[in-house]
Design a protein around this ligand. Structure first.
Ligand code: SF4
Length: 550
């Protein structure tokens, strides 16, 4: 028997072709793994806070292997006997009227996890809860609740209510929080009525999914939507290579699709006088690509470089974020800085001196972090960053924790955002393909690149920082803020359980030849390349102004 899960259903509803192409029950990209980690973290935290006295129905083997129920159920397709035993345990708990966590209901061949259930005598049935790592109500949870409603009642079990428990978006736990306050982090929304109404839509979709899975049928060849993914469209025969594609238009994906639908695939075919929706930046991009020449707004670039005050401090943070705030004062998913790379350059084209701060995994060192930064940058000179909103938020957070908000504001006031000349199209290289990221502009303007470092982007750095912290909490080696008795520690163990399980299950598959988890040295090296890149870019921009007008 091939068992399906709520994840199958969500994928199926979103796009049947992508569901068919997903290649099995396990998430195979980092973003999906992050989502699964945060789901496991939220469920484990919610269960520990709200359902501490309930019986855990997770199969023994899964508990021994520290595999959260959300992940275990993804094994539905390969371990149906375990699923049947798990569902029988759940039925037995229901028969006893015993409160439980991690129950399993089988609805046909659909396996559905119940995060928490208890019998409500006055309500005449069971109160079922799903803990989810969102900060608001989302449609997919309504669908999941509808599937659970159908599955639960299909077993003949009485139901009093179906509840979604999600995270308060603006809640910021601090050291004064009691356990009751922590419980309040989980908002509750009753979905019974909405789930009932959704059944009309969900049941036929569920039935169709099960039919397709049972017969392994092909989708109709004309199944596609307007998103135009390569999976459906392939590379259009008329599509030009790289920089000439209309899909490269800066922030113009929709416009690019619209142009393609009118048979225009190449930037060189666009009649700018007729395309009123083109932005000024897109017009600069087209002109640069057609002429194959760098675009420079000399006055604008000179004004930008004129704002730099020497000495220059090139600053970059690597941060982590997670659903359950690990340190006081953070809201769900708010980033917190873990590593900083800093380079000081005293004069134009002079040597730059590197330094860095690296926090102990899982330990709140933000106060020491801020004092290090404040000392290192002194009172003079610009702080050069790439994307000021993020870096300034990190500095403000550190300053606030250190009780030095005014000093933090002063540092933010000294920041100059090196993204500006690229985002404002004061300079544009025809090879940018509409992008303005540091990784895109660095090789084009300086010849440098990221080939030497294994970490490929900020997401991988964030993922790694978060895992180090979870590993420290899970092993009990972190400081007080992340200690094993803290409210976030069951979640840290569950999130880490997800990654360890997936590493084993996907070993040797193409996406897992290279582990996502990077070492501290590797993330530091990546952060250092970012600051080195900014030094080189400032010098490259200054050289552009020295070149004679052509
Ligand atoms: S374009 Fe095709 S693959 Fe992409 S979402 Fe639409 S149907 Fe799915």
């Amino acid at each position: 028997m091939t068992l399906l899960t709520a994840t199958d259903f969500h994928q199926w509803v979103r796009c049947r072709r992508q569901w068919k192409a997903s290649g099995g029950p396990f998430p195979r990209d980092m973003t999906s793994e992050v989502n699964l980690r945060e789901t496991a973290r939220t469920i484990a935290t919610g269960q520990a806070l709200l359902a501490g006295d309930a019986r855990d129905l997770l199969p023994d083997r899964a508990r021994e292997e520290n595999v959260p129920a959300t992940v275990r159920v993804l094994r539905a397709g390969i371990a149906p006997e375990e699923m049947l035993g798990w569902a029988e345990e759940t039925a037995a708990a229901v028969a006893r009227g015993e409160a439980f966590i991690n129950g399993l209901v089988l609805s046909g061949n659909l396996a559905l996890v119940v995060d928490w259930g208890y019998f409500h005598g006055r309500g005449g049935g069971w109160e079922l809860s799903l803990f989810r790592p969102a900060t608001g109500l989302r449609g997919i949870y309504e669908d999941e609740a509808a599937l659970l409603l159908e599955g639960w009642q299909g077993q003949g079990y009485p139901l009093a209510g179906l509840h979604l428990r999600y995270l308060g978006k603006k809640d910021r736990p601090d050291s004064s929080w009691s356990e009751e306050d922590w419980r309040g982090l989980f908002r509750e929304s009753t979905l019974t009525g909405r789930a009932g109404k959704a059944l009309k839509r969900v049941v036929p979709e569920r039935q169709e999914l099960q039919d397709y899975a049972a017969r392994d049928r092909d989708l109709p060849a004309d199944y596609r939507c307007r998103q135009g993914c390569p999976l459906c469209e392939g590379a259009p025969a008329e599509a030009p290579e790289g920089r000439y594609s209309v899909l490269t238009l800066h922030k113009g994906r929709h416009l690019g699709r619209d142009l393609q639908s009118r048979g225009i695939f190449d930037l060189r075919e666009i009649d700018q006088s007729r395309e009123k929706d083109l932005t000024e930046r897109q017009r600069r991009q087209i002109d640069s690509v057609i002429s194959d020449r760098l675009f420079i707004d000399r006055r604008g670039l000179a004004a930008f470089l004129g704002r730099l005050q020497w000495p220059l401090f090139f600053l970059d943070f690597e941060a982590s974020s997670q659903s359950i705030p690990p340190f006081q004062g953070l809201a769900p998913y708010e980033h917190t800085p873990i590593i900083a790379s800093l380079r000081c350059q005293s004069e134009p084209c002079g040597e730059s001196r590197p330094s860095r701060f690296v926090s102990l995994p899982g330990t709140d060192q933000r106060e020491a972090f801020f004092h290090w930064l404040s000392r290192a940058v002194g009172d003079q000179g610009s702080l050069v960053v790439f994307s000021k909103p993020f870096e300034s938020a990190m500095v403000r957070q550190l300053a606030s924790v250190a009780g030095e908000a005014a000093r933090g504001q002063a540092l933010v006031g000294r920041m100059v955002d090196l993204l500006e000349p690229f985002a404002d199209f004061l300079v544009y290289h025809p090879g940018q393909c509409g992008k303005v990221s540091l990784k895109r502009v660095l090789p084009l303007f300086t010849g440098g690149g990221y080939e030497e470092v294994r970490v490929r982007d900020g997401l991988q750095a964030n993922f790694s920082c978060t895992r180090w912290a979870d590993q420290a909490v899970a092993s009990g080696s972190s400081g007080a803020s992340g200690s094993s008795g803290a409210p976030g520690s069951p979640g840290a163990r569950a999130a880490e359980g997800v990654s360890v399980f997936l590493e084993g299950a996907l070993k040797g598959t193409p996406r897992r030849d290279e582990p996502y988890l990077a070492s501290q040295e590797e993330v530091c090296a990546y952060c250092d390349v970012d600051t080195r890149a900014m030094v080189d870019l400032v010098e490259a921009l200054a050289r552009l102004l020295e070149e004679p007008l052509s």
